[in-house]
Design a protein around this ligand. Structure first.
Ligand code: ADP
Length: 197
């Protein structure tokens, strides 16, 4: 298997690049944001509970997203690998993910971390809010709260994988194709190695 975390702050292009990467490498895309939005649109209990946090720009509690990821891993047993997008977002989620993968005799091969300036992030998110229909994109206060949550709770997830030398920084500004090429070049290089032994 080849398991990859696409990492970066809100608006760094994880969703856009994930779509292209899963098509090229036949990985299963697991986006906790998409999974949560699907729960919300189906008005499930989990979705209604999660929405309260998301509308404020706060993170949803760890046990909720870990449960969703656990189910998704179990429901996708015969895949070439996973692309995690928007997960893990806290140190606890990272530890749980490592344990869940270890039970399946695999691991995270790499964290590709997109770097984008704060000014560019806000510009992109405000623009996305004009068309996406996402309530958390349509209010600059909520956008700023999400970026704050990222700095407070999520940025440390990179330290977790840095300790085992699995973080590669990728410049997240430029055209979509340029960024896609930077990501693909790294993946091509890493796929030749066996990182989970
Ligand atoms: P973005 O990264 O652009 O903010 P996402 O679609 O990844 O968008 O996430 C939207 C919201 O869903 C987050 O602000 C947060 O409330 C919630 N969320 C998504 N993934 C997680 C996670 N792994 N842990 C906690 N909350 C999450």
């Amino acid at each position: 298997m080849f398991n990859l975390i696409l990492f970066g702050p809100p608006g760094s292009g994880k969703g856009t690049q994930s779509e292209k990467l899963i098509a090229k490498y036949h990985l299963k895309h697991l986006s906790t944001g998409d999974l949560l939005r699907s729960e919300i649109s189906r008005k499930t209990r989990l979705g209604l509970e999660a929405k309260k946090f998301m509308d404020k720009g706060h993170l949803v509690p760890d046990e909720v997203v870990i449960g969703m990821i656990n189910d998704a891993l179990d429901n996708n047993r015969d895949v070439a690998g996973f692309l995690f997008d928007g997960f893990p977002r806290t140190a606890i989620q990272a530890e749980e993910l490592d344990d869940l993968l270890a039970k399946k005799n695999t691991c995270i091969d790499v964290m590709l971390a997109l770097e984008v300036s704060e000014e560019e992030l806000i510009k992109r998110l405000v623009k996305r809010g004009e068309t996406s229909g996402r309530s958390d994109d349509s209010n600059e206060m909520v956008i700023r709260a999400r970026i704050q949550e990222y700095h407070k709770k999520t940025a440390t997830v990179a330290d977790h994988y840095q300790k085992v030398n699995k973080v590669v920084m990728i410049k997240g500004e430029g055209t979509i194709e340029e960024i896609f090429k930077r990501l693909s070049d790294e993946i091509d290089r890493l796929m030749k190695l066996d990182n989970c032994v």
